[in-house]
Design a protein around this ligand. Structure first.
Ligand SMILES: Cc1cc2nc3c(=O)[nH]c(=O)nc-3n(C[C@H](O)[C@H](O)[C@H](O)COP(=O)(O)OP(=O)(O)OC[C@H]3O[C@@H](n4cnc5c(N)ncnc54)[C@H](O)[C@@H]3O)c2cc1C
Ligand code: SF4
Length: 338
């Protein structure tokens, strides 16, 4: 691992200052670095579950690591919803009484992350911001498109866990299990940067590779996520994840469903799929099919078919279409029973 300096930021102001380019770096250093495909020289660390692996493998080699463990670690009520600090541990989110009652789709996703050890170290902000799992990206020997190279090795290579939506040019799937239900619930991210704080709709936060090849979201290198803000949920919601033999690995496909009900009829729905595209994949055509319906096995099947209708698998991941279809169907049925 490359030698680096360490700054322990005790609040968001200190964190942003420590992540911002100094005069010595030259103006706009961090932004220019990201745009040119090189990693920024200053990076935040929360639980370190992802970042330390990236550093040990020389995928990220910062000069300065800024600890943001001191950010808000509370979950507070407000405006009918919850405000979750970025430094909240995934395990604490999974066990939070109000979160369990109000946001079962999010808690199911939190409970499914990795192992108890990972959930006890990993934070909500770090989970949202974790980098892709593509094995070519994670291997320093492969200078792929995302690292400034000229080709995507997954296209002709091992792509069984890659995207079935999105059409490239990079075919990662977004790794965050929590981002999927956050979007289904219509959540927002509060972000702090040198010009103050702003809130970003979670559905607008993640970016496709054709908009941002070197990163996965709109965050600038000197900005941090400080909170996840969830509005009041619909009356019924659920997530369903399919994993390889129920291992601790990331899901092969996932779906979160959030339903606003009028009696036993769906008034409006949000359906988001995970692990199928470079961003959490919202399927509005499928959502519209649920409006005005009572949830039955047949309705759930039709909605699930609609959700995967536009899938374009790669050479080795055709099987993911059926898995994604199943995830959507079971999430819809589970929400219907909730
Ligand atoms: C075996 C294994 C299985 C796993 N399974 C799953 C799974 O099923 N689902 C899933 O979603 N995840 C899974 N994970 C990933 C794990 O959840 C993440 O690595 C962890 O949540 C990252 O959180 P952290 O606090 O440790 O982040 P860190 O490692 O500290 O940071 C991760 C990245 O985010 C940046 N960052 C951290 N916090 C912020 C912030 N507040 N604002 C801006 N940038 C920030 C860091 O610079 C870094 O690039 C698994 C991990 C392992 C090792
Ligand atoms: S999918 Fe993306 S990260 Fe993986 S090899 Fe292709 S360009 Fe690189």
């Amino acid at each position: 691992m490359k030698t680096f300096s360490y700054v322990n930021a005790t609040n968001e102001k200190e964190a942003v200052a420590a992540l911002s380019p100094s005069t010595r770096d030259g103006h706009g250093d961090a932004l220019a670095a990201a745009r040119s495909g090189h990693q920024p020289s200053k990076v935040p660390i929360a639980g370190g579950m992802d970042l330390l692996g990236l550093m040990k493998d020389y995928i990220v080699s910062p000069d300065r690591v800024v600890s943001i463990k001191g950010l808000d670690q509370t979950i507070a009520s407000g405006d009918g919803g919850l405000r979750i600090g970025a430094a909240v541990k995934i395990a604490d989110l999974a066990e939070h009484a109000a979160a369990r009652k109000m946001y079962p789709a999010l808690v199911t996703a939190a409970e499914g992350v990795g192992t108890p050890q990972i959930r006890n170290m990993g934070t909500v902000g770090g989970n949202i911001m974790q980098r892709p799992r593509c094995w070519y990206f994670r291997n320093e020997e492969f200078n792929c498109l995302k690292k400034g190279g000229s080709r995507c090795f997954a296209v002709d290579g091992e792509n069984q866990f890659h995207a079935i939506f999105g059409d490239g040019p990079c075919h990662i799937v977004h790794p965050s299990s929590l981002a999927v239900p956050v979007i289904a619930y219509g959540g927002r991210f509060r972000v702090a940067g040198p010009n103050g704080a702003r809130e970003i709709d979670a559905g607008e936060f993640f970016q496709m590779p054709n908009a941002n090849l070197y990163g996965e979201n709109v965050l600038q290198p000197n900005e941090i996520v400080t909170h996840v803000i969830l509005p009041a949920p619909g009356q019924r919601s659920a997530s369903y994840e399919v994993r390889f033999k129920q291992s601790h690995d990331w899901p092969l496909a996932a779906a979160s469903v959030n339903l606003v009900m009028s009696g036993s009829t769906v008034k409006s729905a949000r359906i988001v799929m995970g692990a199928v595209a470079p961003i959490p994949w919202r399927v509005q055509a499928a959502e519209r099919m649920l409006a005005g319906k009572t949830i039955t096995e047949g309705v759930a099947t039709d909605v699930a078919n609609a959700a995967v209708a536009g899938a374009r698998p790669m050479t080795g991941n055709q099987y993911k279409i059926q898995i994604a279809r199943t995830a959507v169907k079971r999430a819809v049925l589970a929400a219907g029973r909730a």
